[in-house]
Design a protein around this ligand. Sequence first.
Ligand code: PLP
Ligand code: ZN
Length: 407
Amino acid sequence: MTKATHLECSLCHQRLEAGTVQNLCSCGGPLLVRYDLDKIRHRWRRREVPNGPSSMWRYAPVLPPAGNFIVTLGEGWTPLVRATRLGARMGADALWVKDEGLNPTGSFKARGLSCAISMCVALGVRKVAIPSAGNAASALAAYAATAGLESHIFMPRDVPQANYLECKAYGAHVTLVDGLISDCGRMVAERGPQEGWFDVSTLKEPYRIEGKKTMGYEVAEQRDWELPDAIFYPTGGGVGLIGMWKAFDEMERLGWIGSKRPKMISVQAEGCAPIVRAFEENEPRSRFFENAHTVAAGLRVPKALGDFLVLEAVRASGGAAVAVSDDEMLADGIQLATDEGIYAAPEGAACVSALRKLLASGLLKSTDRIVLYNTGSGLKYPEAYSTRFPRTAASEQDKLGGLITPR
Ligand SMILES: Cc1ncc(COP(=O)(O)O)c(C=O)c1O
Ligand SMILES: [Zn+2]
């Protein structure tokens, strides 16, 4: 069972009690869960990990203290697929894709929300609310449904249709907002307190990141406890990247890995690249990215609460932040599907485009061992990919309906 000792503010380092209902620190900083890793080190060896379940809960000793209240749909322990053909095409001899599209609700968001909803149940929270670019909403709705909680979801009106349909099917209360995820966040913050909703926004509660960090534990275990040379991660709020970085430190403290770290590559869309801009300008934090637009809905985050943590990890690792265009990510998504049989979300596909750029720039070399995170399934993005494969001319649309059900 978990040995969480306290919550620590990532800004002012104040300590708060673990296992309590918390949002941000009083200084506005995100809270991180800390564990007694020295104690865990003596009781839990890495060779024992495979005895655990085939889900992210195999790492339960370093996950939040949800006790008997684990709310799971089988998230995590996703395959790490060797991408030989794509690698040969790109000049990357040792390339893998960590395929998060196979998670419940089709994205890595399942990991964070399994953890957060487990803690809600353990702590007696009954109503939850989230602002989301799409996939976090689907995951929240699903885990709230299985836990019997009431969920309130705020998403941009032009969110992918799949996300909207899922949330409705899971019985969530859905509000479509004329604006971006930042506007949705404001609405949750304003209405939440009077409605009695617990705000599970990215990094505004301490437990989602704990689920996401398991992507870091898994890549180590699946590579026999040797981290790759580079990790590409499509970055919206950046929590997956921050979480993996935290996982690497924890694993080192557990004696499971050494001090070597992969170059962390933060991938964004040209139409919304606040982290890339801050990286290039050598700034510790990002600025709000005006007129954010991209088909990769999960990357449409104009200002992330944890931007400074992403930038710290990228810089400390000797990595980079790279922006790619929507055209590049869709073309590379199709290439990945054609070469490897993995139909990626545009967010995941963006990693392929970013890899091409960094091989060309010389930051990475052909012999580097590289892992791309495909954070979601392409099946959730028919609007984006159908721009590449229009089935019929606009004038033919009518006839198609007529063929299936004569009118
Ligand atoms: C498919 C997909 N990839 C990546 C992201 C970005 O995630 P993070 O907040 O960890 O940066 C999202 C967020 O919505 C997403 O849905
Ligand atoms: Zn603080």
